[in-house]
Design a protein around this ligand. Structure first.
Ligand SMILES: C[S@@+](CC[C@H](N)C(=O)[O-])C[C@H]1O[C@@H](n2cnc3c(N)ncnc32)[C@H](O)[C@@H]1O
Length: 435
């Protein structure tokens, strides 16, 4: 491998760590310029992995550096973190990891730092066991999470917080949803087996499959022709909870990129209509692309779900899915940059946005209809706390119990923990409006 992958990963990390950009914004453009798919895969691995273990690697680096690096040398700091990640977490030969990381300083035009990078990484090699003991004794470095999040999880989940933190540090499974309008799950799994792609069905889902090894989507049998989509198992629970029937009008209020919209349409082809709303025009385009690949149709609306007067036709919906914008603390294993990008102050403003959306959606629900509120958060304020406040204010709202073999029953609604049955962390609450 050439040193370009390490330098490229360091540049990606600078944008995330110091500029606060998300990996999904930065990484695709950064790897597009690399011709070799193995290099692209390596940059992805180094970027995701370094962010997953950032709080541990940062603690190690602080102990290894005699004095902190200048702000303008953020790229050198990031290449050091990438180097430590390889030595600490990957099974590649250490000599290769060190040499290639030292070489990367040249690609970054920071030749002066090659001696420093070499010395720090070799020192780490020598002291790894002692340093490991030291950082494991600290909460932030030991769990590789920011302090505020550890504290919040300890407060919300006094018996489960540690398990959740560990699950957040694991690599996520590669989960698929079979389009049962085209093929049964068993048939699709046979096709996978014929192509020697090892897979198991996802528990608690009717269409979920986990592939043992991730694969570029274009290589999935039947992907381009709409036989299958990439979707986590917990996200696949939403369509089932909606209890869909022919003739219903369904609103998907925060729909992009359309994973749940598509699953709703696949689950009940006899629906009268599905309206998919999203405030972000670029993300709305992705719903169109995803539905067209699956040969499905929904009415796509660019609009604020909190201001339905601008787009609503005045006819109530029997089903509303509100997959609200949230802290995404349930999907950290898929998006490790959340550990750095999410700030404690964000939570109160997310809670107030969610409340605004819930309130705005409520008058659009038919009496006797169902609103499914869900988030990919594990924080009580965004979940059961949100529903508790809503039920206190809206006397015509009642909670429908969720009888399920998955998740944990909360004061209101049900919480799936990250990693449980291989699923992401997700929260669901079903509300109905009195007739
Ligand atoms: C959790 S994602 C939805 C994921 C989607 N339901 C799926 O399964 O593919 C939340 C979405 O809410 C959208 N959003 C945020 N605020 C909104 C608002 N005020 N009105 C409508 N959509 C909004 C975001 O653009 C984002 O696409």
């Amino acid at each position: 491998m050439t040193p370009d992958a390490r330098a490229c990963a360091a540049r990606v990390l600078v944008r995330v760590i110091t500029e606060g950009r998300s990996l999904s914004e930065v990484l695709p453009a950064a790897i597009q310029v690399l011709a070799d798919p193995r290099q692209r895969a390596l940059v992805q691995e180094l970027s995701y992995g370094t962010l997953r273990w950032y709080y541990r690697l940062d603690a190690l680096l602080q102990r290894l550096l005699k004095k902190p690096l200048k702000q303008r040398d953020a790229d050198v700091r990031c290449v050091l973190l990438v180097g430590l990640y390889q030595l600490d977490q990957l099974s590649m030969p250490q000599r290769v990891a060190i040499n290639e990381t030292v070489q990367a300083t040249r690609t970054l035009n920071k030749q002066w730092a090659s001696g420093l990078v070499n010395a720090v990484l070799r020192n780490y090699q020598r002291q790894a066991a002692d340093l490991d003991d030291e950082v494991l004794a600290e909460n932030i470095a030991g769990y590789a999470h920011p302090a505020w999040l550890i504290e919040r999880l300890q407060a919300d989940w006094p018996h489960d917080w540690e398990r959740m933190l560990m699950a957040n540090n694991a690599r996520p499974p590669f989960s698929l949803r079979v389009n049962r309008q085209r093929v049964t799950r068993a048939e699709y799994m046979e096709t996978l087996a014929e192509q020697s792609l090892e897979a198991v069905s996802l528990e608690h889902t009717v269409a979920g499959v986990r592939l043992e090894k991730p694969l570029p989507v274009e290589l999935l049998p039947g992907f381009t022709t709409g036989y299958v989509s990439v979707q986590d198992g917990a996200a696949q629970l939403a369509a089932g909870l909606l209890d869909l029937h022919p003739g219903q009008r369904v609103l998907d209020a925060c729909a992009a990129p359309g994973g749940k919209t598509a699953h709703i349409l696949e689950s009940e082809p006899g629906l009268a209509m599905v309206t998919a709303v999203d405030v972000d025009p670029r993300r709305l385009t992705r719903i169109g692309e995803n539905l067209s690949r699956l040969s499905l149709h929904a009415d796509l609306v660019e609009g604020d779900a909190g201001e339905p007067a601008a787009w609503w036709d005045g006819r109530c919906y029997e089903r509303i899915l509100l997959d609200a914008p949230c802290s995404a603390t349930g999907v950290i294993r898929r998006h490790p940059d959340i550990k750095l990008l999410r700030k404690p102050g964000d939570i109160a403003s997310l809670v107030s946005t969610q409340a605004r959306l819930l309130q705005a959606m409520w008058p659009l629900l038919s009496p006797g209809g169902m609103l499914l509120y869900c988030t990919c958060s594990v924080l009580a304020d965004e979940n059961s706390g949100q529903i508790a406040s809503f039920l206190k204010t809206y006397r015509d709202a009642a909670e429908l119990p969720i009888a399920a073999a998955w998740g944990r029953e909360c004061r209101h609604g049900r919480q799936v923990f990250p990693g449980e049955n291989e699923m992401d962390g997700f929260y669901f609450a079903c509300l109905t409006r009195s007739v």
